[in-house]
Every structure is written in C-alpha cells, then in structure tokens.
Design a protein around this ligand. Structure first.
Ligand code: SF4
Length: 316
C-alpha cells in the first residue's frame, strides 16, 4: 500500500502522536487466513438462519451499529426512542456539521482555515434536501451562531491535532459498507467516518477511524468492531487498526483487530438481530436494563429501576 508514514510536513507533538499511531512498518502488520471471510459469513448465516421465516422477503431488515448498541442496552428505552421519533436540534446537528467539515478538510486543496470549513459545511448541509437542511433553514440567527461556534471549536481541534492527510494514505471519508444475509432479507450496514491505507494481499493495512464529538463510551469499541467485521466480510482482510478519535480531547483510542474479536462481534450481532426481530414482531418482551443512559432516558421520571440506578450514582 501507499502507507501511512512519516510526513514531510512539520508536525506538532499531538499530530506526531497520531501519525505514529496510524503508521506501522509492513513487517509489523498482521496477516490473516484467506478463508476468514467465508468462516465469519458462515457463522453469521447459521446464527440467523432460524429467523428467516420472520423476515419479510420483499423488505430488507436493516441492522446498523446504532440499532445494535440500542438493543444491547435498555430495550425499553430503545422502543420509547423509536416511538418518539428523531428530531434535529443544535446538539444532534453539531456532530453532523463537524463531520462534514472534517470530510471537506480531507479533500480540500490548499490549507483551509477551520472557519472556511465550517461555513462550507453549513452551507452545503443547509442546501441539502433532507431533515437536517429543513432544521438549519428554520434556525434563528442566534441558533446558527451557537451551532457554528460549537462546530468551529471541534474542527479547530481536529485541524490542530490530526496530521494533514496525504493522498498516498488513500484517505476516504464516509465510506459505506453493506453486507446482505439470509438471501438479502437482512442487511448489515455502516458508514465509517475515515479510512486510511489498504490491505496488501492478506496482510492488514487499513485503519478505520470514527470521529466522536463527546467522550469515551464502551459502545464505541463495539461500533468499531462492527465496522471491522463489515470490512472483513467485504474484502476478506480485517483492518489493521480501528480507532475512535475524540475531537474535544484531541485523543485517539485505538484497538488492533484480532480473529477472536471478530468472532465475538459475530456473536454480538447474531444475539442483537435475534432480539431486534423478536421485538419488531412483538414475540419477546423488551428487557429493562438500567445503565448510564438512564440519565437521558425519556422514561426516567416513571421508571423505578432507572430512578434507583441514577439515585445510587450508577453512571459514575
Ligand atoms: S430509565 Fe433506564 S431502565 Fe428505565 S427505561 Fe430508561 S434506560 Fe431503561
């Protein structure tokens, strides 16, 4: 591959740290068995085979990282959130606007300022034809000033702490992956924020990066393992590394990909799909699982388990 390697650009220590993390000599990269993809797919297919009669042959059942983390959390909350529907707000929009600005920075010719990137991002998203565009068009001037300020802070931190991406690293933003199971009735889908590098033969070389606007959560590791599995099912070679990059803190949490990790991810996906299909058909009762997210749950006021968890400081 055209590798992630030393840059000719003068880097600050934070950028150098990320560059050192992303790069690895070819001899230090793991090689995987060429049959791994077929083995993992066979495990997935056999795990979901019994669900085929419950799946609509004409409409695929989509499974995303968000659905999986929701169903492995509190299922009661998941159903309440689904029933309430999603609404754009300043907090939900800022991540998308920041991601778009970062995406633009990767492909921008020259050296744009964070301000230029944020304005371009806001302009493009406001002119889109989706729900976010409608929300941005409805925002007051003060709302937009608040949103722009929050996004600018994050994008500035990204530009300051992430090394400038070189074309030879093959940077790709918003890279989508899709894997069909059960004859197309089940679809695993995902979109990773940034990928760098590529595999050589059966030697891993790609790095998948998810940009995060909040702090660390254990589910972020599961999200990246899900992407790693999709990548393995797609091309047959896992990524060498996955990492969450926290824009606020300017730090990365990396994880090397191993075969046992991919196998446990298959088990997590199969268990999650089983619950998602059962809940969609009403054949299983939603499980109540108090946890850190009780604090933001719509049902907290009326949920005794959640109130008890939060009263005991369970999120600390
Ligand atoms: S408050 Fe907690 S336990 Fe109760 S429904 Fe919400 S997330 Fe679940």
């Amino acid at each position: 591959m055209t590798d992630v390697g030393p840059s000719r650009t003068e880097l600050n220590p934070a950028q150098q740290e990320i560059l050192d993390l992303l790069g690895a000599p070819i001899e230090a990269r793991p090689t995987f068995d060429a049959g791994l993809r077929d083995e993992l797919r066979a495990e997935l297919e056999s795990g979901v085979a019994h669900l085929a009669p419950d799946l609509d042959p004409d409409e695929a059942f989509f499974v995303s990282k968000h659905k999986l983390s929701s169903v492995h959390g509190c299922e009661v909350r998941m159903l309440a959130d689904e029933a309430a529907g999603f609404e754009w707000s300043i907090p939900t929009a800022r991540g998308t606007v920041a991601h778009k600005a970062v995406e633009l920075s990767v492909h921008w010719k020259g050296e744009p300022t964070p301000s230029e990137l944020v304005d371009e991002s806001l302009g493009r998203l406001t002119n889109g034809g989706d729900g976010l565009a409608e929300f941005l068009q409805r925002c007051t001037e003060v709302d937009l000033v608040e949103l722009r300020g929050e996004v600018l802070d994050r994008v500035t931190k990204f530009v300051e702490s992430f090394p400038p991406l070189q074309a030879r690293w093959r940077p790709v933003t918003e890279s989508r992956a899709r894997v069909e199971l059960a004859g197309g009735r089940l679809v695993l889908s995902g979109k990773v924020d940034l990928s760098l590098g590529q595999a050589r033969g059966t030697t891993a070389g790609k790095v998948l990066i998810d940009l995060k606007t909040g702090g660390f959560a254990p589910s972020h590791l599961d999200d990246l393992r899900f992407y790693a599995l999709l990548e393995t099912l797609r091309i047959g070679v896992p990524p060498r590394l996955v990492a969450s990059y926290y824009l606020d803190a300017g730090v990365a949490h990396p994880e090397a990909i191993t075969v046992p990790m991919l196998q446990s991810t298959v088990a997590r996906i199969v268990d999650g799909i089983e619950r998602l299909v059962g809940l969609a058909h009403g054949t299983v009762a939603p499980a109540l699982r108090p946890g850190p997210s009780c604090r933001w749950c719509l049902l907290l006021a009326d949920c005794e388990a959640g109130r008890q968890f939060t009263a005991e400081g369970g999120w600390d």
